[in-house]
Design a protein around this ligand. Structure first.
Ligand code: 5AD
Ligand code: SF4
Length: 487
């Protein structure tokens, strides 16, 4: 059932079936990088300048982390980073396909890149990520976007050095997309966006098969990384000056379930907590069905785990949740929230909500709005349901009209925003620790810091404070953020 999205015959044209043991593959990719480096030097001579690259990320934190790996390889072989897609000699789009509008944005922007490539025929364009795991997308790009140079998927990112080399050597479109992967290759160079904080993948893929969601099809079966590899990475990051880590997975609460004798997620958190130099630990995303008592206790007793939990509810109607295959009821979710609030009173809660799921009625949507009122989230990401080819829900009949969906969506959004404002405003006057992330882009006399609960505060400061922790008084509430002052 897991793979019914793919038509085997089509797929086999693009897939490579060679699987190398992890360490050998790492060694091989390092060799490929050396060859790629030589090709990039030749290219530099031809262009008269060091080739530039621009990696554009669509979608989630997982993609953001993958993009750091892509950029890491590109810089290691001699590319220079630029923010300008128009001018870059190589543009990489790391795509998302969770909703159709993400796909449409990519197609739209490809049109523009084509015009740029006509001006600069040496320009190269690579597409990777979740969207490229869809056979229909590959076909469309092959037939209508023939100017694209390289297509690869989510499972063979670790082969990027080799694919890059092939692309540089060839003037044909290179396509390498795998249906699934068993191996996890550990060692790719990474260029982190921030020197002081970093994402750390703890698992890949998802086995939950929510009926609306394409992720299990494009990211594959759930695979956990060995905890000793994760801890080694966190230690290395700490040694490099990273003080905040975000543990990443589609469902972190089921970490380790496929590995015999592996730590549970709460145990992993406790081990990460022991790493010297790490001051803050975040994680994303938690599935309510797998959130254990043990995790709540570990969070409660931890000095380093941030006071923020992203706990996607998706719907406030038990019947819709059942159709979504979420494995919890409205009541169970609310009981979980009550337990979390009791044990960790200052916890900030955020969520994801889908409006317009096929079986959803107006009454179901009212239940969602009531749930948001009851929980009072600190923030919620609201999405209009987008049918994804190959997922069960895509063929189910809709219960609400488009007008009913958009009217309900607007009302939900208002409640979300009111509640979020209320809950953020409660912090006014408090003094909290903020990690300074950047100089404010609108006012250079201010810096932007993030609190443990993920709320932002802008306060007077300068670039020398980036990466430092400061106690900040939250003086003035401006909706979802604060203006503050260092104390
Ligand atoms: N349509 C709309 N939203 C979706 N999400 C996942 N799949 C879909 C879809 N088909 C939302 C869920 C998930 C978030 C990352 O994206 O709310 O938690
Ligand atoms: Fe998609 Fe559900 Fe897996 Fe999240 S848990 S990635 S919503 S299938």
């Amino acid at each position: 059932m897991a793979l019914h999205l793919y038509r085997e015959t089509d797929y086999s044209r693009y897939t490579s079936t060679t699987a190398y043991p992890t360490e050998e593959e790492e060694r091989r990719q390092k060799e490929e990088m050396q060859t790629a480096e030589g090709l990039v030097s030749e290219l530099a001579l031809k262009l008269g300048h060091a080739p530039t690259c621009c990696v554009v990320t669509f979608g989630c934190q997982m993609n953001a982390r993958d993009s750091e790996k892509i950029l890491g390889v590109l810089k290691a072989v001699g590319y220079q980073e630029t923010d300008s897609e128009d001018e870059a000699d190589l543009v990489v789009y790391n795509t998302c396909t969770v909703r159709d509008n993400a796909n449409q944005r990519v197609y739209g922007r490809l049109g523009h890149l084509h015009a740029m490539k006509k001006k600069n025929p040496a320009k190269r364009i690579a597409l990777c990520g979740c969207m490229i795991q869809e056979p229909d997308v590959i076909e469309k790009i092959r037939s209508s976007y023939r100017f694209v140079d390289l297509l690869f998927g989510t499972h063979n990112l670790y082969k990027f050095p080799e694919l890059l080399k092939k692309m540089l050597e060839s003037d044909h479109m290179i396509i390498d997309v795998w249906k699934q992967a068993d191996t996890i290759v550990e060692d790719l160079p990474v260029v982190r966006k921030y020197p002081f904080k970093s994402g750390v993948n703890i698992m890949f893929g998802c086995d939950n098969y929510c009926t609306y969601c394409i992720v299990p099809y494009v990211r594959g079966r759930e695979r956990s990384r060995a905890s000793k590899e994760i801890l080694r990475e966190v230690e290395r990051l700490a040694a490099e000056g990273v003080s905040e880590v975000m543990l990443l997975g589609q469902n972190v609460n089921s970490y380790g379930s496929g590995l015999n004798g592996e730590l549970s997620f709460p145990q992993l958190l406790q081990e990460v907590e022991k790493v010297e130099g790490i001051r803050r630990i975040r994680f994303m995303t938690s599935h309510p069905k797998d959130l254990s008592e043990e995790l709540i206790a570990v969070m409660r007793d931890s000095k380093k785990i941030c006071r923020h939990l992203h706990l996607p509810v998706q719907s406030g109607s038990t019947e819709v949740l059942r159709k979504m295959n979420r494995h919890y009821t409205r009541e169970q979710y609310l009981a979980l929230v009550a337990r979390l609030r009791r044990e960790i009173p200052d916890l900030s809660l955020t969520t994801d909500i889908i409006v317009g799921f096929p079986s959803e009625t107006r009454e179901d949507l009212e239940e969602t709005i009531r749930l948001v009122e009851e929980v009072g989230y600190d923030n919620a990401f609201t999405f209009i349901y987008s049918p994804r080819t190959g997922t069960p829900a895509a063929s189910w009949p809709m219960q609400m009209s488009e007008e009913e969906i958009s009217e309900g969506f607007e009302r939900l959004l208002k409640v979300v925003q009111e509640k979020a404002r209320e809950s953020v405003a409660k912090l006014t006057g408090r003094t909290e620790e903020a990690l300074v992330e950047e100089v404010n882009s609108h006012d250079a006399s201010l810096v932007t810091g993030r609190l443990s609960n993920n709320v932002l505060v802008h306060f007077p400061g300068d670039a020398s404070m980036i990466g430092q922790y400061h106690q900040v008084k939250l003086k003035e509430n401006r909706g979802f953020y604060f203006i503050g002052e260092k104390v």
